[in-house]
Ligand binder design. Sequence first.
Ligand code: Z5A
Length: 220
Amino acid sequence: MRGLFITFEGGEGAGKSTQIRILADLLRASGHEVVVTREPGGSPGAEAIRHAVLSGAAEPFGAEMEAVLFAAARADHIDRTIRPALERGAVVLSDRFVDSSRVYQGVTGGLDRSFMETLERATVEDMMPDLTLILDIDPEEGMRRANVRRGALQADRFEKEGLSLHRRRRKAFLEIAKAEPKRCKVIDASRQAERIAAEIAGAVEAAIGRKNLRTGEKAG
Ligand code: Z5A
């Protein structure tokens, strides 16, 4: 693949969308084609599944079925959006990807490890990110931020869950970072957005260098 695949992970309200917007502007200004996408979603089929999983409509069918739906959405997202963009040489910024399944369905959903690994192999194949930025924040602060942003809108299937689950997820993301230090970088997301953005820009610049991605002109 000629492009660069970057994923943003972490708990609710960590600031992933905010940081993706800042980074996308920076990369575009230096001439890269940037594709901003998200999970669940990022392609027409996956966006349809997003509605089913986040509304809670799939919850009665159990955690395994939810995991299968997230995986099906991911397979479509990869085929329709991520792989074509990387083949063009673009930088792909995805708000969540496979680590969210590992954490939300695997760890806090209590699903069997080998079941999750089989799903992951069947969907992700060679499409692991070049860089995963894990935005780490105290879940209390993350939920406070998410509540402010949501305003009068209803909380989704996962936002409704309690603080202890959010704490377990934070720990699980940090464990992934520890197990895969080459791919993952933990970012302290409790700071001001500008300071976080500066650290992210440094990490992305290094990844661009490692991948020898062209800058200053449109990838093509
Ligand atoms: N899920 C899953 O279970 N399995 C899977 O495989 C996948 C996903 C892929 C998708 O939610 C849900 O699906 C997710 C996991 C599950 N669980 N939940 N909930 P989503 O896409 O609707 O939402 P999210 O991914 O959790 O993100 P978020 O809550 O929208 O937050 P965010 O993107 O990280 O933060 P933000 O929108 O950039 O910022 C939140 C607010 O804080 C906003 O008002 C900002 O202006 C403010 N903000 C941002 N940065 C700062 C700083 N630095 N200081 C102060 N305030 C800030």
